[in-house]
Design a protein around this ligand. Sequence first.
Ligand SMILES: NC(=O)c1ccc[n+]([C@@H]2O[C@H](COP(=O)([O-])OP(=O)(O)OC[C@H]3O[C@@H](n4cnc5c(N)ncnc54)[C@H](OP(=O)(O)O)[C@@H]3O)[C@@H](O)[C@H]2O)c1
Length: 265
Amino acid sequence: MSLTHRYGRLALIAGASEGLGAAFARFLASEGMDLVLVARRKEPLEQLAEALTGAFGIKAYCICCDLSDAYATQSVQTELAGREVDLLVYNAALSYIGPFEKNSQEHHQRIAGTNMITPLRMMQVFGAPMLERGKGAMVLMSSLAGFQGSGFLAAYAATKAFNRVLAESLWYEWKNRGVDVISCCAGATATPNFINTNPEKARFFAPRVQEPSEVVEECFRRLGKQPSCITGRGNRFATFIMQKLMPRKMAITLMGDTTRKMYRL
Ligand SMILES: NC(=O)c1ccc[n+]([C@@H]2O[C@H](COP(=O)([O-])OP(=O)(O)OC[C@H]3O[C@@H](n4cnc5c(N)ncnc54)[C@H](OP(=O)(O)O)[C@@H]3O)[C@@H](O)[C@H]2O)c1
């Protein structure tokens, strides 16, 4: 059954202007869904909306909004002007790579707002009407960094663990009420943001970097079947070794050492 038949016609993508968010938008447009694209930068959002409406004959609306803001969910709701969201992808995230104590309090606050508070609010605000209608879907982006302590990514990794646990919990609560929830746990993915961090190739234990479209397609193959998914065979293999075979201390050390080397810290 198509996504529009299963869930409805309107998808909202939070963090849609580039990278994985843009890949989610392209995939959903190719499935015939109309889109609400949310991010801070107007120009890339509008270019994407124009490209997708031209290519797939769908409708696309853009909302410029800083999702770290405490009122972000409210302003998105106001802009929606009563349109019902049938599928939510919460993709936006802020990160900080470096020693925890050197990041500013203000940036830590924005990481928490973007990665935890706003998705928590959006899941409630858009989830409740989906439950009333008895259909809908939600995708929350998480990361392999959230499976164990990840030195030099501490706040980001902790928020990604939060996302996975939130999505898995709601998968259980909502699975018999028509609303599918999944946490999509990606490893390194070739998005502009990842490439701009200028990572050095890790010599050891580095699964292949995935393309955004691969992550998105895998995620939608598993939506409705699993509470969370790890995309990419190499990422699943690495996670199996680190979570099931290694002592936790060793997994945390490996993750921290790899990040330190990748970012020359
Ligand atoms: N890339 C990877 O290697 C990787 C690996 C594992 C997991 N992930 C997860 O995948 C997701 C996307 O990753 P990415 O590399 O594509 O991310 P990204 O470039 O950092 O950001 C994704 C999108 O979110 C928007 N965004 C970020 N902060 C925002 C804010 N405060 N308010 C509104 N929009 C905001 C950005 O647009 P604007 O700048 O226009 O606002 C962009 O469109 C994230 O949740 C990340 O944790 C990525």
